[in-house]
Design a protein around this ligand. Structure first.
Ligand SMILES: [Fe+2]
Ligand SMILES: [Fe+2]
Length: 210
C-alpha cells in the first residue's frame, strides 16, 4: 500500500489550497483512526482514503459525469442539481478502476460528502476528518472541531464522544442547507437520525444522558 500511496500523491493534480486540505484530512484521519478504530483501520488505509477523497473535486462536472458513465455508475437526477456531490462518486470510481484500491478505501471515498447511516469505520473517519481538518477555518468547522475535542477529552466513553460530534456535524450541514435553500441528501438525514438514536440511549448506570 505504501507504493500506491506514493503513486497517488504524485498523481494528485489540484490547487495548492485543495492539496493542503487533503494533507489536513490525511493527518486528521490518521488521528481519528488511531483514537477510535486502532484494530479496524491501519494508518496507511486512512492515508490512502484521505488522499483520494477529493481527487476529482476540481474536475469539470462533464468530466465527472463521463467517469460515471464510463464505469457504469448511474447518477440520480436529483444529484445533477447538486454537482458538489458528484466528486465522491467519480473519485471512488477512479480509486477502484485506476488505482485498484481496496474496496474499503473506495467506499470511504464514496460516502465522504453525505455520510450514511451505520457507517463503516473508515467511512466515518474520512467523512468526519473532512469536516474538522485544521485547514477548515470557517466558524462552523472550528466550533465542531473544538466541540469534538472537548467531548473526546472529557468523556470516558470515547465512542459516545465521537457520535455526539458526528450528530452535530450532520445538524450543522442540514442547518446550512436549509438556510441556503439547497436540497438535503436523504443519506445525510438518515445518518443524522441513526447517530442521534445512538447517542440518545441513556446510560443505564446513572439513568442520565452521558
Ligand atoms: Fe469532498
Ligand atoms: Fe474534502
Amino acid at each position: 500500500m505504501k507504493e500506491l500511496i506514493e503513486t497517488v500523491r504524485r498523481d494528485l493534480s489540484m490547487s495548492e489550497k485543495r492539496r493542503r486540505h487533503t494533507e489536513g484530512v490525511v493527518e486528521t484521519a490518521k488521528l481519528l483512526a488511531e483514537r477510535h478504530f486502532p484494530a479496524e483501520i491501519a494508518p496507511e488505509e486512512a492515508e490512502l482514503a484521505a488522499l483520494l477523497h477529493d481527487y476529482t473535486k476540481e474536475y469539470p462536472v462533464e468530466k465527472q459525469l463521463e467517469i460515471c458513465r464510463q464505469y457504469g455508475m448511474e447518477v440520480p437526477a436529483e444529484e445533477l442539481e447538486t454537482p458538489k456531490l458528484l466528486h465522491a462518486r467519480s473519485a471512488s470510481l477512479l480509486a477502484e478502476h485506476l488505482y485498484g484500491a481496496p474496496e474499503k478505501i473506495c467506499s470511504a471515498v464514496r460516502w465522504h460528502t453525505t455520510g450514511r447511516p451505520a457507517m463503516r469505520p473508515l467511512e466515518l473517519v474520512i467523512y468526519f476528518a473532512d469536516y474538522i481538518e485544521p485547514g477548515r477555518t470557517d466558524p462552523a468547522c472550528t466550533r465542531l472541531r473544538e466541540y469534538y475535542e472537548r467531548q473526546y477529552q472529557s468523556r470516558r466513553d470515547k465512542t459516545r464522544a465521537l457520535y455526539l460530534a458526528l450528530v452535530r456535524s450532520f445538524d450543522t450541514t442540514v442547518r446550512f442547507l436549509l438556510a441556503e435553500r439547497k436540497p438535503i441528501d436523504s443519506c445525510t438525514v438518515e445518518a443524522r437520525n441513526d447517530y442521534l438514536r445512538l447517542v440518545k440511549t441513556t446510560n443505564p448506570h446513572t439513568g442520565k444522558d452521558g
